[in-house]
Design a protein. Structure first.
Length: 80
């Protein structure tokens, strides 16, 4: 897991911006707008519905928001 986190930080460590940072606000804004209209959906449900994957993604679709938050916190701790 630490290797994955280290590799994930490599571009930043080298001063390379791989993706446009402004996309984050755009994605979060769109997510906020749609999720506010459908507050009973879990985030995973919304992502799967919006992305329309070719194969089902039950692990994401049924993921509880609290489990996602726990995973984000764990990732943040390991990535720093």
């Amino acid at each position: 897991m630490k290797l994955i986190a280290a590799v994930g930080r490599l571009p930043q460590a080298l001063g390379i911006t791989v993706r446009d940072l402004s996309r984050i606000e755009s994605v979060l804004s769109g997510l906020r707008e749609v999720w506010s209209q459908h507050p009973d959906l879990r985030l995973g449900q919304l992502v799967v519905i919006a992305s329309r994957p070719k194969t089902p993604c039950p692990d994401i679709f049924y993921l509880e928001d609290e489990a996602l938050i726990d995973g984000l916190r764990a990732y943040a701790q390991n990535a720093s």
